[in-house]
Design a protein around this ligand. Sequence first.
Ligand code: ZN
Length: 161
Amino acid sequence: MGFAIGVWTAPRPPERRVCIAAAACAALPDIDALWSSGLPEASPFAHRALTHSLTFAVVATILITTLLFRHNRARLGLTLGLALLSHSCVDALTTYSLGIAFLAPFSVQRFRFPWTPLGRPDEMIVSQLIVESLLVLVPALVLAWLGWRIRNRSAVPTANS
Ligand SMILES: [Zn+2]
């Protein structure tokens, strides 16, 4: 999903480096899996807490954009920030876990969207992967492919330009 966001929101034509950075940003919130095992869900360092918050998205976006890019930082920061937030928003569409601590570290309250199509209908991880592939992965791949073709094609100079 992050790659697709990069393709559609980065300056035209989308650079592979920007799209890969956006894809990495979209995966970054789950870095909490490295240390969250065994923590109580009320901890700000628990899974889907601080690293899935709006605060983390803003701070990480500023740091990553500053480290990776020298030009066009506002536009590229928007791309990376959207990619980061997309992760938490997709997680908020799931039925499993307590939800997302969007307001951490200021609040430990967890949220999820009223519509939660992603989950484990029969408590099996295989069915969860199938549902998430059909509702998230395949549409993201199609959008990335379409965006890459459309936004690169329209950036190719014509004989008249
Ligand atoms: Zn997550």
